[in-house]
Each structure stands twice: as structure tokens, then as C-alpha cells.
Design a protein around this ligand. Structure first.
Ligand code: ADP
Length: 171
């Protein structure tokens, strides 16, 4: 069961063994955190995606590539459900976290940073995305020692912190 913390920042800058990408089924880059990871990591990530995932990935699944120029060693790509397009089964979102941690275990990594899967362009309601992320990682049998949720702004950071330490400020 990994130790869970949150930081406010940019996932591409995280000094961890693996960062998780909120990818799409095609796995050829995209907007949001996906675009940021491909831009910061350089063309090696896309080359790896094409070589290793010629048919892309199913929603809820995950797979790894190298991380190119990023400080992390690996990128674990997972495809969140597109809430805006009607994919609203929470099991698919839980599967993203479970599968990502299974892939992390295959890689033998100790530290993993996650963005909030599906909570951006795909439109999953923010607080539910946070609860699902924290609860799923908290009960994972993974060997990963530390999971960091990377919040892209202060509002998201505050919400994750309150979810991790609900008693701290009485909320
Ligand atoms: P999805 O398509 O799965 O919704 P997005 O990339 O649009 O994925 O958003 C997922 C989350 O990642 C959102 O909370 C968004 O604010 C956040 N995000 C976007 N860019 C970054 C980044 N560079 N580092 C960390 N989080 C990011």
C-alpha cells in the first residue's frame, strides 16, 4: 500500500521513477497533461508509443514507455474515461489507477506521480475524481512505496490535501 502525498506543480518536472500520463485511446499525444508530457519529454516518447502500442490502449488500461528527456525514467500512460462523452462508469476510472500501479510493479519502481486522470478535458467532476484517485491508490496491493498526486493549481491542491487529511482543518 503506497504512502500518498500531494504536491502543487507540473508533473513533467517531478523527480520520481515514473510519471503517469492521462492519455487517450490513440496514444499519439493530445492536449492537457498529455501534450505537456510529450513536449517536455521530446520525440522518444511518441516513438515508443508507436512501437509499443500500434493499436493504442483501451479505456481503463495502462502501459509504459520510456520518458525521453524527463527527469522521470518511465511514463505510464493510462486512458481515462471521457465523462463529457458519456463514459461515466467509475470502475473505468478506478481501473486507470489500479492498472497504472500494476504496470509500476512490472517496472519495479518505488515512486510514482499521478495527475488527476479524467479531471481535465474529459470532464470528470473534480471532487469525485479526487476521491476515486485517493481511495483506489490507498487500497492498492502495489509494491510502489510512494504515490504523489500532482495538482496543477492551488484549488486542486487544496481539495486533494483536504481529502488526504480531512480532520486537519475540520472539513
Ligand atoms: P483528461 O483528458 O484525462 O481529463 P487532462 O490532461 O485534460 O486529462 O487533465 C487531467 C488533469 O491534469 C487536470 O486536473 C489538469 O488540470 C491536470 N494537468 C494538466 N497539465 C498538467 C501538468 N503539466 N502537470 C500536472 N497536471 C496537469
Amino acid at each position: 500500500m503506497p504512502r500518498i502525498t500531494a504536491v502543487r506543480g507540473d508533473i513533467t518536472q517531478q523527480d520520481v521513477d515514473a510519471i503517469v500520463n492521462a492519455a487517450n485511446n490513440a496514444m499519439r499525444g493530445g492536449g492537457g497533461v498529455d501534450g505537456a508530457i510529450h513536449r517536455a519529454g521530446g520525440p522518444a516518447i511518441l516513438r515508443d508509443c508507436i512501437d509499443r502500442f500500434p493499436d493504442g490502449l483501451a479505456t481503463g488500461d495502462a502501459g509504459w514507455t520510456t520518458a525521453g528527456a524527463l527527469p522521470a525514467r518511465w511514463v505510464i500512460h493510462t486512458v481515462g474515461p471521457n465523462y463529457r462523452a458519456g463514459q461515466r462508469n467509475p470502475e473505468l476510472l478506478r481501473s486507470c489507477y489500479r492498472r497504472s500501479l500494476e504496470v509500476a510493479d512490472e517496472l519495479g519502481v518505488q515512486t510514482v506521480a499521478f495527475p488527476l486522470i479524467s479531471a481535465g478535458i474529459y470532464g470528470w467532476p473534480l471532487d469525485d475524481a479526487i476521491t476515486t484517485a485517493v481511495e483506489t491508490v490507498a487500497v492498492s496491493p502495489s509494491q510502489v512505496a510512494a504515490v504523489t498526486f500532482v495538482a496543477f493549481d492551488d484549488d486542486i491542491y487544496g481539495r486533494i490535501q483536504r481529502r488526504l487529511e480531512p480532520d486537519r482543518d475540520g472539513r
